[in-house]
Design a protein around this ligand. Structure first.
Ligand code: ASP
Length: 278
């Protein structure tokens, strides 16, 4: 996370858009995180990647789901934000073809599978309570007052083949609006999609809540909406910022490694931002 922050901050002079993509690409390239190479395996042992991007200035978004031939799907999502009138969401082969056309480095589906991910999949079979997430994401505000959001994931470990989570779904996994702020989520995608968590957080700010209240409330709502399936907590997390530069990081999972920084200031990186819900 510290490395991703450094890579993002190094690009903030080129705008929030460049910064969030640089931060997320750095995490996609790390074989340790659930994104890009090394992403979590689906139940059939393959990797299929989802990613999303939104530009707060134009509110155009891009999304990709089921990517198998590039290790940096966030780059495709960013490109698709320039497509059509509002942006674009593409699946599978069409998303991979868009990457090829744009000259984004191609890889084989097998090369996305890491030993670390195989080992994690093996441990998960032994312990069904092992964490299944670790989506990566970034939000940024630049000196021109523009915000952006980017997110990338292999999805929930052991997911059903063909399953798509919240990360490529605008409003659920990511949201950016220069008039208010930007947010990115992680957690159980089906709960996040139903709740529309990233947009919900930003809308709460628009209706007068502080960003910290908004982040906490959106995560609490997410948790309470899952009581029906017998869960209390462990549903998700959010990172968010406003156009004024306020920052909020919140989660009801035990941990969510995250950080923040501004150019020329020391960065902050922690794995816990809230006491875990029992
Ligand atoms: N939200 C992702 C999904 O459901 C998983 C994660 O956050 O790690 O696909």
């Amino acid at each position: 996370v510290g490395e991703a922050l450094a890579r993002g901050l190094a690009r903030i002079g080129d705008g929030a858009r460049a910064a969030v993509v640089a931060a997320v690409v750095s995490m996609e390239e790390s074989a340790l995180l659930n994104a890009g190479r090394g992403a979590a395996l689906a139940e059939d042992g393959t990797v299929s990647l989802d990613a999303g991007f939104m530009d707060g200035q134009t509110r155009r978004f891009g999304g990709v789901a089921g990517v198998r031939r590039t290790a940096t799907p966030v780059r495709i999502a960013e490109l698709l934000a320039s497509d059509g009138e509002f942006g674009r969401l593409l699946i599978g082969d069409a998303a991979d073809a868009a990457a090829r056309t744009a000259g984004i480095a191609e890889t084989s589906p097998e090369a996305l599978v890491s030993d670390h991910a195989r080992e994690r999949a093996r441990l998960r079979v032994a312990d069904s309570t092992a964490p299944r997430g670790d989506t990566v994401g970034a939000v940024a505000l630049d000196a021109q007052g523009h915000v952006a959001a980017a997110v990338s994931t292999g999805g929930l470990a052991g997911k059903r083949a063909g399953r798509v989570g919240d990360s490529p779904i605008v409003g659920a996994g990511f949201w950016a609006d220069d008039r208010i702020g930007a947010a990115v989520t992680t957690g159980i995608g089906e709960a996040l999609m139903r709740h529309g968590t990233a947009r919900r957080c930003i809308e709460l700010v628009a209706s007068g809540a502080s960003l910290r209240e908004a982040a906490r409330r959106s995560i609490d709502e997410l948790g309470s909406s899952a009581i029906e399936v017998g869960r209390s907590g462990g549903i998700g997390g959010i990172i968010a910022l406003t156009r004024h530069g306020e920052i909020a990081i919140d989660h009801d999972t035990a941990e969510m490694a995250s950080g923040w920084g501004s150019p020329g200031e020391p960065t902050v990186v922690r794995s816990r931002w809230r006491d875990p819900v029992a």
